[in-house]
Design a protein. Structure first.
Length: 133
């Protein structure tokens, strides 16, 4: 519940940041937010996970690919924030659950329960209703 609440708040602040950067460029906001996270997380990792650099070296390519995909995700979401309402952009972003279900079924052979499939369909219907409204 806390993550959902924080995600909603950060979406509003992202929209505010994007609205106040001139010219409206999501790259600066992405860079600045990630630099702040870097400054906060680096000392934390050194203090709590002393061997994190070893794991970074071992799995460098996975982290690199994941970082690139995360960058694309944030870029698309921020581009949506600059052009549209936050609620619609977040609704579309929440459709990721459908792709996660599909990919986890294809890659890991996970089988979602009927209630998960039903909830996913409800989310999809909600997104269409938001778009229509």
């Amino acid at each position: 519940i806390g993550a959902m609440f924080l995600s909603s708040i950060t979406a509003i602040f992202d929209k505010i940041a994007l609205s106040n950067v001139k010219p409206g460029n999501p790259y600066f906001v992405i860079l600045f937010e990630n630099l702040i996270m870097l400054v906060i997380l680096t000392p934390y990792l050194f203090k709590t996970k002393g061997n994190w650099l070893i794991h970074l070296k071992e799995h460098f390519w996975i982290f690199l690919i994941n970082s690139f995909l995360y960058f694309l995700l944030v870029l698309f979401v921020f581009s949506g924030f600059t052009d549209g309402p936050v609620v619609l952009v977040l609704g579309v972003k929440k459709m990721q659950i459908l792709f996660v279900l599909l990919l986890s079924w294809l890659i890991f052979k996970d089988k979602p329960t009927k209630s998960v499939l039903f909830a996913s369909l409800l989310m999809l219907a909600g997104i269409f209703l938001i778009k229509l409204g």
